[in-house]
Design a protein around this ligand. Structure first.
Ligand code: TXA
Ligand code: MG
Length: 319
């Protein structure tokens, strides 16, 4: 986004576009979002159309502060505790929507809950401040495709559907926000993400996880088994790369067959999960264009590994 003046001008132009009901590519610390005025039903409808997203799958509403979140929703004590610990940041809270909340009904897909988050990316914060109203934004990828962690990914999937893309370089964290449902008495982890389960449990105690993938009536409707799918077929937890396969590697020791892989991306040669998360979606996109099959090395299931393994098992699910 160049110097401070062009950055300010870009954000001001994006705010004008949002006011006119247009869509904007917005960087956040997790992944890029496809932003629209959450109070404008036509703008919100345009998000669903652009992504090819089923209308039963509600959107996350981005706001500038806890107080703004409280004007849209009723936050339980657990919700306030988590907001205090992780906002602004990569945590989405599913909370009870206020009947009078000024967001289009399509945003929440008719549910009496609403997903809210205060992002910490400076460009997202400045856009929220310049726009002055809640912003609905799903990840800026075609529905069911791999999330976008660069402006180039957004352009590839949705370039002709947005008024502009605020390019702030590759996103810092690389995985979507963690979603915790704190709308009922027992909090539940709906989607593992950029805040690890361990960090949430340190605040709330042990978390129940959304059980199974109920294709008919998913609780977090976006959590369908075949979400996050590249075109290539995935083979998980491999001990060996087969001829013709691309290899998604993790750590210092490559498996047999790596030398003849169609392509290799190593998420983190040193085995660092934070580094791996940052590289994750870009590596999947890159390998997807190089081979029809991707062999994936095991990734430890702790910390950010849980979210990567979640996305991988969805990407590998039959479709
Ligand atoms: O990091 C992120 O969360 C990114 C950035 C742009 O903020 N956004 C994102 O949005 O990943 P999306 O639409 O790709 O994923 C949002 C998920 C979907 O699985 C959706 O079903 C779920 O949030 N969701 C939204 N509202 C919900 C609600 N009221 N109850 C349960 N799940 C909800
Ligand atoms: Mg998404």
């Amino acid at each position: 986004m160049g110097d401070a003046a062009s950055r300010r001008a870009g954000i001001a132009a994006a705010a004008v576009a949002l006011r006119r009901g247009k869509l904007v590519g917005m960087p956040t610390e997790t992944v890029y979002g496809l932003a629209a005025d959450a109070t404008n039903p036509d703008a919100v409808a345009a998000i669903f159309l652009a992504k090819g997203r089923p209308r039963f799958n509600p959107l996350i509403v981005h706001v500038g502060s806890l107080a703004e979140a409280q004007s849209l929703a009723i936050l339980s004590p657990d919700a306030v505790r988590l907001a205090g610990a992780f906002w602004p940041g990569p945590l989405t809270l599913v909370v009870r929507r206020r009947a009078a909340a000024s967001v289009a009904d399509l945003v929440t897909a008719g549910l009496d809950t609403i997903a809210v988050r205060v992002p910490r990316h400076p460009v997202a914060q400045e856009l929220l401040a310049a726009f002055g109203a809640p912003i609905a934004a799903p990840s800026a990828n075609l529905s069911g495709h791999v999330s976008a962690t660069t402006a180039g990914h957004v352009a590839a999937d949705l370039g002709d559907k947005v008024a502009c893309i605020l390019d702030a370089g590759p996103t810092e964290l690389g995985l979507e926000s963690t979603i915790v449902d704190v709308s009922a008495t027992v909090p539940r982890l709906l989607r593992p993400g950029a805040v690890s389960r361990e960090r949430i449990e340190a605040k709330l105690g042990e978390l129940r996880t959304l059980a199974g993938h109920d294709q008919a009536r998913p609780l977090a409707p976006g959590m369908l088994a075949s979400h996050y799918a590249p075109r290539a077929k995935l083979r998980l937890n491999v001990a060996e790369a087969l001829p013709g396969e691309a290899l998604l590697a993790f750590g210092g020791h490559l498996p047999p067959g790596a030398d003849r892989a169609a392509a290799i991306r190593n998420l983190s040669p040193s085995g660092d999960l934070t580094e791996a998360a940052k590289n994750f979606f870009a590596a999947l996109r890159a390998l997807d264009s190089r081979a029809a099959k991707i062999a994936v090395m095991p990734i430890p299931n702790r910390g950010l590994g849980e979210a990567m393994n979640d996305r991988l098992s969805r990407a590998a699910a039959p479709r």
